[in-house]
Design a protein around this ligand. Structure first.
Ligand code: NAP
Length: 498
C-alpha cells in the first residue's frame, strides 16, 4: 500500500490519489509508492499546523510537559531503531553501519538535547537599564515553520529541524526530499504516540519543487528552515523576499583539509579519507580539497591512496560495506562529468574515476583522488557531491589559507598540525562555520553547526538553533508613574536650559 500524507495526526490520501515511486539506489528497483501532494493537500497541512499553533495546544503547554513529550518522542524513535535504520539505508543507499552508529544515535541525542533545553529559554536579565523603565525579553515561538530537507541525511536533518522548532513551541510542516521520504513519514505516528498534539507535526511528500515552493510563498508559514543546495537556497530566498519571510538556510559546502608539514601524516591520511568518503562523499561537510605541504606530499599521498583503494563498495545493508551507491543515476552522471572534465583539462587520476555497479546494479562510483588540478577548475570550486577528493600542494601557511578560503562556500574545514599555535591561527583565519583541528566530521548537539558565505546562515544544533526558531520581543515598562517624562520635550516642548 502506498505511503500517504501525515496531516492533523492521521494518514491522508493525496488528492486524486497521485503517487510516485521511491527507488533503492543500490538495486535500481522500486521500494515504495509515496503520495505526490497537490496544492490542496499542502494547503491542508499548513492549515492544520496553523490551527494547532493558534489553539495553543502545544505552545501553551507548561515547558516541563513539552519537554517530556519530546523526550517520549526520542524514546519511541529509539524503540523503532531497527525499522528506521533499515528504511534509511534502503532509500538513501547509506551504509547500515553509518546509520546505526552515527545518524540515528546522533538524531536521538539531538532531540533529547532540545527536549531538555526547551525549558531554558535564555536572554538578557530583566533590569532597569535606563533607570526609569523595567525591560525584559520575551522569547516566543514564530508560528508555523516549514522544514525542507535533502536526501543525504533525511532522518538526521529532519530531526535537527523538528527538535528546535517544536522545543521552541512552533508547529511544523515538514517536507522531505522526494528521493528519501520514507523514514520521515515513520516519525508522524511516533510523534502522536509521544503525546505531541495533532497538527503540530505534519509531513507532506511531493516532487519537482512544487510542495517546497508552496510552503515558501504561503503567508501562513512564518519561517522556512531549509537544508539543501545553494542553488535551491537562492531560489527560496528570492521567493521568500516579497514577504520578507524568516529563513534558516543550511546550504552547500566545499570543505578544505589542510595538512601542514608537522602533521601526523598517517592520522591525517586516515582522517581525510574518512572525511572525504563519508556517505559516499554526499555530505555538505565532506573533505573535498586536501591542501598538503610540499614536504609531506609523497608520504601523505601514498597513505591516502592506500585508504582509498582499501574502501569496500557494496550492499549498504552489509555491515562490512564502507560506502554505498550515490543517490541516483543523475547524481552519478554529474560526478562522472566533473571527473571527466578535470581529466580532460590535465588532472591526474590517482585512484578511481569511474562509475561502477555491484552485480550490474546500483549508482556506484569508485573512490577517486585527483592531483594536478588548478584552483579555478570546477572540480575544485564546485560541489561534486561524490567520493572525489582533489589533492593540491602548498608551501606556506598563508598560501594554504588563501587557497582554502578561495571558494564561494564556507561550511566546514580542517587543519592537521601538531602546532597549537598554528592551529589557533588557522581557526581564526579560515572562513568556515566549522574548523576542526586534527579531525574532520564530528559534530555535537551542544555546539552550533552552520555556514558562512554561500553556505547559508542560521545554525543547526545547540542553543543557537533554539534561538533561531524563536522571535525576540523587548518589553519595556515605565516605572516612574509620571505623566510627563523628562525626555518628552525632545518631541513636544523646549529643552530645559532654553
Ligand atoms: P536540493 O536539490 O536543493 O533539494 C533540497 C530540498 O529542497 C528537497 O526537499 C527539494 O524537494 C526541495 N526543493 C527543490 N526546489 C525547491 C524550491 N524551489 N522551493 C522549495 N523547496 C525546493 O538539495 P539535495 O540535492 O536534496 O541535497 C544536497 C544538497 O544539500 C547539497 O548541496 C548539500 O551540500 C546540501 N546539504 C547541506 C547541509 C548543511 O548542513 N549545510 C546538510 C546536508 C546537505 P523537491 O525536489 O521535491 O522540490
Amino acid at each position: 500500500m502506498a505511503k500517504e500524507l501525515w496531516i492533523s495526526g492521521q494518514w491522508m490520501e493525496a488528492e486524486g490519489q497521485h503517487h510516485y515511486t521511491v527507488l533503492n539506489p543500490a538495486t535500481e528497483t522500486a521500494l515504495e509508492e509515496v503520495a505526490d501532494a497537490s496544492p490542496t493537500d499542502v494547503d491542508r497541512a499548513i492549515h492544520s499546523a496553523e490551527e494547532a499553533f493558534r489553539s495553543g495546544v502545544w505552545s501553551a503547554l507548561p515547558l516541563s510537559e513539552r519537554s517530556q513529550r519530546l523526550e517520549n518522542f526520542a524514546k519511541l524513535i529509539l524503540q523503532h531503531s531497527e525499522e528506521l535504520v533499515h528504511w534509511e539505508s534502503l532509500q538513501a543507499g547509506k551504509t547500515k553501519k553509518l546509520v546505526t552508529y552515527s545518524d540515528l544515535p546522533f538524531a536521538i541525542d539531538n532531540l533529547r538535547f532540545f527536549a531538555s533545553v526547551s525549558r531554558v529559554l535564555e536572554g538578557a536579565a530583566t533590569g532597569e537599564y535606563n533607570g526609569a523603565h523595567t525591560s525584559w525579553i520575551r522569547r516566543q515561538p514564530i508560528g508555523v515553520v516549514a522544514g525542507i530537507t535533502p536526501w543525504n541525511y533525511p532522518l538526521l536533518i529532519g530531526l535537527w529541524k523538528i527538535g528546535p522548532a517544536l522545543a521552541a513551541g512552533n508547529t511544523m510542516v515538514l517536507k522531505p526530499a522526494p528521493e528519501t521520504p520514507l523514514t520521515t513519514l515513520i516519525l508522524g505516528p511516533l510523534a502522536k504516540e509521544a503525546g505531541i498534539p495533532d497538527g503540530v507535526l505534519n509531513i507532506v511528500t511531493g516532487r519537482d519543487g512544487s510542495v517546497g515552493h508552496q510552503l515558501v510563498v504561503d503567508p501562513r508559514v512564518r519561517m522556512i528552515s531549509f537544508t539543501g543546495s545553494t542553488a535551491t537556497g537562492r531560489v527560496i530566498m528570492a521567493n521568500a523576499a516579497p514577504r520578507v519571510k524568516r529563513l534558516h538556510l543550511e546550504l552547500g559546502g566545499k570543505a578544505p583539509a589542510i595538512v601542514r608539514a608537522d602533521a601526523n601524516i598517517s592520522a591525517a591520511a586516515r582522517g581525510i579519507a574518512v572525511g572525504a568518503l563519508v556517505n559516499t562523499g554526499q555530505d555538505c561537510t565532506a573533505a573535498t580539497r586536501a591542501y598538503v605541504h610540499r614536504r609531506v606530499w609523497e608520504p601523505f599521498l601514498t597513505a591516502l591512496t592506500e585508504r582509498f583503494k582499501a574502501t569496500r563498495l557494496g550492499d549498504p545493508l552489509e555491515m562490512s560495506t564502507d560506502i554505498g551507491p550515490l543517490i541516483s543515476a543523475k547524481q552519478r552522471d554529474k560526478v562522472q562529468r566533473y571527473v571527466d572534465e578535470a581529466v580532460a583539462m590535465g588532472a591526474t587520476l590517482v585512484t578511481g574515476g569511474h562509475a561502477t555497479s555491484i552485480n550490474d546494479r546500483g549508482y556506484y562510483f569508485e573512490p577517486t583522488i585527483l592531483t594536478n588540478v588548478q584552483q579555478n577548475w570546477p572540480v575544485v570550486q564546485e560541489e561534486v557531491f561524490g567520493p572525489v577528493l582533489v589533492v593540491m600542494p602548498f608551501d606556506t601557511d598563508e598560501e594554504a589559507i588563501t587557497l582554502a578560503n578561495d571558494v564561494a562556500y564556507g561550511l566546514a574545514s580542517s587543519v592537521w598540525t601538531e602546532s597549537f599555535s598554528a592551529a589557533t591561527i588557522f581557526s581564526k583565519q579560515l572562513e568556515f562555520g566549522e574548523v576542526w583541528i586534527n579531525d574532520h566530521l564530528p559534530l555535537t548537539s551542544e555546539m552550533p553547526h552552520g555556514g558562512v558565505k554561500q553556505s547559508g546562515y542560521g545554525q543547526d544544533l545547540s542553543l543557537d538553533a533554539l534561538n533561531d526558531f524563536t522571535v525576540v520581543k523587548h518589553v519595556m515598562a515605565d516605572t516612574s508613574g509620571a505623566a510627563e517624562k523628562d525626555w518628552h520635550f525632545t518631541v513636544l516642548g523646549d529643552p530645559p536650559n532654553d
